[in-house]
Design a protein. Structure first.
Length: 369
C-alpha cells in the first residue's frame, strides 16, 4: 500500500504546447509553465482553456489504473495527496483520469477540502452533459462549498463553465435556494442586464422555476442592487438598451414582489421612481442620448413594478390616478428624444406600459425571444 501512495506522490505531469504548430498553443505555453501555483490560478486556467481547445494533453500511461487503485483503497488519502500537489497541472491531469460519478460523490459527502481540487472537479462536471437530479444536487453542494472557499473562483467558474449551459440548469436551480448573499453578489456580477436574448432569458427562467422566493428573496437582494447600478451606469453613459426587460427580469420581479407585499408599499415604490425620473428629466445632459438613457432606465423600473402590482397577493385597488398621469407625462418625453424604426420593440413595450397606465388594467407578462 505504501508503494501505491509513493507512486501517486511521484506523479508529475508536464505538457509541451510550445512544440505545437498552433500559434495559440505556443503563446500560452509560457503562461502555463509560470502560473502553476495557487496565487496565479486565473492565468493558469486561461492557459488551460486554450490548451484544451488546442493541442490537448499528451497520454499518461497507467495513470488511470493508478487512480482507480488509489481511490478504491482509500478515497480520503487519495484526496489528501492530490491536494498537496504543488503544481496545479498535476491536479488537472490526474483528475482527467477520474470519472464524474466519483467526483460528484466527493462533493455530495463534502470530502474535498482543497480549493484547487474542488475547482477542477467542478470544472469537469458540466463537460459530461446533463446530470440526473441527485447528481445536480451534489454539484450544487460543490458550488456552494467553492463559494465559501473562494468567492472569486466561484464567480469565474460560473462564467466559464456553468451559466447558460443547458445541462447546468438543474444544478443552478438546486443551488439558488442555498446561495448566500455573497454568492448572489458574485452571481450578479455575471449578469449584464443588457441581454434579452432568448437563450439567456430561458436559462434564468428555468433556474428560477418553482423556487420559494419568500426564502430566497432576502438573500437575493444583491441582484436587485446590481440591476439598479447597471441602470445608473447606462443613464450616465447614454447607453440605450433595446428592451425594458433583461435576462433576469422575472427573477427581479420575484425579488421585488417579496419586498412589496401590499399595494401601499408597491405604490410608494412607483412614486419614488417617478420622482427620481422627474428630477432626471430636468437635469443638464451633454447630449440627448444621455437623457434618453435616463428615461429608459426609469421606464424599465416602472415596467418591472407594473408586473409586481399585477401579481400582488392582495386584491389591488386602482393605481393612483395622479401617479398614472405623472408616469404618462414621462412617457410623453420620449417623442422629443427619439423616433427610430430600429426601436420598434422597445416602443411596443412602452406602449403596453402606457395602455396599462391609461386603463389601470392587467395586460400580459414578459416573454423571451
Amino acid at each position: 500500500m505504501d508503494e501505491l501512495w509513493k507512486a501517486l506522490r511521484s506523479v508529475h505531469c508536464t505538457t509541451t504546447p510550445e512544440a505545437s504548430r498552433r500559434r495559440t498553443d505556443q503563446n500560452y505555453a509560457k503562461d502555463l509553465q509560470a502560473s502553476q501555483v495557487e496565487d496565479h490560478w486565473r492565468t493558469f486556467y486561461q492557459a488551460v482553456d486554450a490548451l484544451e481547445q488546442g493541442c490537448g494533453y499528451p497520454p499518461f500511461p497507467k495513470l488511470e489504473e493508478l487512480c482507480k487503485k488509489a481511490i478504491a483503497c482509500d478515497e480520503g488519502e487519495f484526496l489528501r495527496i492530490l491536494g498537496e500537489k504543488p503544481s496545479m497541472m498535476d491536479i488537472v491531469v490526474i483528475l482527467l483520469h477520474v470519472d464524474s460519478e466519483t467526483m460528484l460523490h466527493w462533493m455530495e459527502t463534502g470530502m474535498i477540502s482543497n480549493v484547487n481540487v474542488l475547482f477542477e472537479c467542478l470544472r469537469r462536471i458540466p463537460q459530461g452533459g446533463p446530470l440526473p437530479e441527485q447528481a445536480e444536487t451534489a454539484a450544487a453542494k460543490g458550488l456552494l462549498q467553492l463559494c465559501a472557499f473562494s468567492p472569486e473562483r466561484f464567480q469565474y467558474l460560473l462564467q466559464i463553465s456553468v451559466l447558460f449551459r443547458e445541462g447546468c440548469v438543474g444544478t443552478v436551480r438546486a443551488m439558488l435556494p442555498r446561495l448566500t448573499e455573497e454568492g448572489w453578489s458574485r452571481l450578479s456580477a455575471c449578469v449584464t442586464f443588457a441581454d434579452m436574448g432568448g437563450k439567456h432569458f430561458r436559462f434564468w427562467n428555468q433556474c428560477a422555476s418553482g423556487q420559494d422566493w419568500q426564502v430566497i428573496g432576502p438573500r437575493a437582494e444583491p441582484l436587485l442592487r446590481a440591476w439598479h447600478r447597471a441602470l445608473e451606469k447606462a443613464a450616465a453613459e447614454g447607453t440605450a438598451w433595446s428592451s425594458l426587460y433583461n435576462e433576469v427580469s422575472n427573477l427581479l420581479i420575484n425579488i421585488l414582489l417579496n419586498r412589496m407585499d401590499t399595494p401601499g408599499v408597491c405604490e410608494q415604490a412607483i412614486e419614488e421612481v417617478i420622482v427620481q425620473a422627474e428630477t432626471a428629466m430636468y437635469q443638464w445632459y451633454e447630449n440627448s442620448l444621455q437623457q434618453r438613457a435616463a428615461l429608459l432606465a426609469t421606464l424599465s423600473q416602472l415596467e418591472h413594478l407594473r408586473f409586481v402590482w399585477l401579481n400582488l397577493r392582495e386584491t389591488t385597488p386602482p393605481l393612483s390616478a395622479a401617479l398614472c398621469r405623472r408616469a404618462l407625462g414621462l412617457i410623453e418625453q420620449r417623442r422629443y428624444l427619439w423616433d427610430s424604426p430600429s426601436d420598434r420593440g422597445i416602443c411596443q413595450e412602452i406602449e403596453r406600459l402606457r395602455e396599462w397606465l391609461n386603463t389601470r388594467q392587467p395586460t400580459g407578462t414578459p416573454q423571451g425571444d
